[in-house]
Each structure stands twice: as C-alpha cells, then as structure tokens.
Design a binder for this molecule. Structure first.
Ligand code: CO8
Length: 258
C-alpha cells in the first residue's frame, strides 16, 4: 500500500505506524485518517503481527484535527458527510493491542486519538490537551467522554473548559499515561512493551483487551460476567495448558499462538 501521510513498518511481530505530516504537526486530515484506518486494519488481519504501535514525530504526535480543512465547513457538511465517524472510528474496531507512543503535542483530535489506543507511553516532552474551546468548538472524537473516565470529571472539565495543556508528569499523575520515558527512549520502551505483549498467547491478549474495553461499556456485574466467560474460554486453548504446565515444570512456555 502507498501512503502519503503515514509511514508503516514492521519490526518482527510489531506493526509500527508513524503519523507523518511534519509541516502541519501531523494535523489529522481526512486522507491521514483514512490511511491510518487502512494500515491498522491490514495489521489487524496480518497473522504475523501481534501488537501495533502508533506514534508521531518528536515535536508532535498530532496537533489536532486539521483546522485548515475544517474552517469553512457548514453544519450540513459535517452532518451529511458524517465528519468524524466516517474514518475516525476504525481504530476502535482493531482487536490487537494498539500502544500510543507519544512525544510532543497531542492536542484536540490528537489527544482523542491517543485515548482510543489501548495505553499511552509518553516521552518526557509530551503535552496533552483539548484546546477546541479556543476555536469556539468542542472535542468531537470522544474527548468529553474518554477524558473524564481517564482522569476524573474535575480535571477533564478543567482541560476542556480552559483549553490548557497538561505535561507528561501531570498526565501520568492523572492516570492518562501508563509510563513516562526520556524522549530518546520512547520507541525503545514502546517496542519493548509491544514485544512483551507479542510474546504472550494471542488469544489471551485479545480476550484481555476485549474484557478491559467492556468495563467502559457496561455495568460492573455484566463486565465481571463477561470476564468470567472469557476466563473460562482460555481453558479451551492449548496455550493455557502449555502456560500452566510450563510454570509447574519450571521452564519457559512455548505458546502455539505466539
Ligand atoms: N491544523 C492544521 N494545521 C496545524 C494544526 C492543526 N490542528 N496545528 C498546527 N498546524 C500548523 C500551523 O498552522 C503551522 O503551519 P504553517 O507553518 O504553514 O503556518 C505549523 O503547523 C506549525 O505550527 P505552529 O507554527 O503553530 O507551531 P508552534 O510550535 O508555534 O505551536 C501548537 C504549536 C501549540 C501545537 C500550535 O500549532 C497550535 O496551537 N495548534 C493548534 C492546536 C489545536 O487547536 N488543536 C485542536 C484542533 S480542533 C480538533 O482537533 C477537533 C477534533 C474533533 C474530532 C476530530 C474531527 C475530525
């Protein structure tokens, strides 16, 4: 596949997608989001890939949706054309884990994109924010919904209403990001996490992602019920036998689905 706005690479069992519109700080236009959707779907369907990393440049993961392409849109353009959902939701359909490796700005749609990934590893120069209010618009790809779940209502209100940015340290304290590393270590850390995940049994990996995501969509009782069924399902895999036997025999597991 030929892409203009992203770079796609494979590192053993890890698919790496780099957002690449440097002149616009990786502003997310329709073409970029469509290419991103295609690349994510291709990796999801590729049996050789077990984990995906989404990253940007050292200066910007993504500075938001492309303001230049939105400025003259009318309500009917956005409503009839289904602006946003048309190609912004693909990432939510991906079954394999997607790690966001974030350096520099992750603003507006860029911040929302990081929150659609499964977890965020941030470089120490990362900055997160929902500055749409400064443009007299509001977050439109889940910012008002995922941010409160990630960092509490109070902090989400603060971020969305003032449009201020949060640095990596604050984002980690608030629970938005799982780890912070020095900028020069970002890809090494993300690849190490991705390789660890890729060394696990793929069915267990997929079931964990599905189960954790359920917790956002359902009641606690239903979520626990779903988790129990998934847990029971692992006993139907050869990898569960191998994993438990290997532990008891004090040897490394040789998973079939790895
Ligand atoms: N869209 C288009 N171009 C952008 C964007 C953007 N979001 N951000 C930066 N650029 C461009 C600039 O226009 C500039 O281009 P040029 O060199 O041609 O003038 C270039 O990138 C470099 O930017 P700056 O000169 O501004 O760089 P600075 O280092 O001075 O500042 C900032 C960096 C602070 C990140 C600044 O660029 C900025 O504030 N950017 C806008 C951030 C923003 O408001 N984001 C929210 C956009 S709205 C949104 O995301 C809604 C999401 C809705 C869901 C998705 C819908 C599809």
């Amino acid at each position: 596949m030929n892409f203009e706005c992203i770079i796609v690479e494979t590192k053993e069992k890890v698919g790496v997608i780099t957002l690449n519109r440097p002149k616009a700080l990786n502003a997310l236009n329709d073409q970029l989001m469509s290419e991103l959707g295609q690349a994510l779907t291709a990796f999801d369907h590729d049996d050789a890939i077990h984990c995906i990393i989404l990253t940007g440049s050292e200066k910007a993961f993504a500075a938001g949706a492309d303001i230049a392409s939105m400025v003259d849109y009318t309500f009917m353009d956005t409503y009839k054309g289904n602006f946003i959902t048309r190609n912004w939701e693909t990432i939510r359909t991906i079954r394999k884990p997607v790690i966001a490796a974030v350096a520099g700005y992750a603003l507006g749609g860029g911040c929302e994109l990081t929150m659609m990934c499964d977890f965020i590893i941030a470089a120490d120069n990362a900055k997160f924010g929902q500055p749409e209010i400064k443009l007299a618009t509001i977050p439109g790809a889940g910012g008002t919904q995922r941010l409160p779940r990630a960092i509490s209502k109070s902090k989400a209100m603060d971020m969305c209403l003032t449009g201020r940015m949060m640095d990596a340290a604050e984002a980690e304290r608030a629970g938005l990001v799982s780890r912070i590393v020095p900028l020069e270590m970002l890809m090494e850390e993300a690849l190490s996490a991705a390789n660890t995940i890729a060394s696990m049994s793929l069915p267990a990996v997929l079931m964990i992602k599905e189960s954790v995501n359920r917790s956002y969509e359902t009641t606690l009782a239903e979520g626990v019920h779903f988790e129990r069924r998934m847990f029971q399902a692992t006993f139907g895999t050869e990898d569960q036998k191998e994993g438990m036997r290997a532990f008891l025999e004090k040897r490394p597991a040789e998973f079939k689905h790895r």
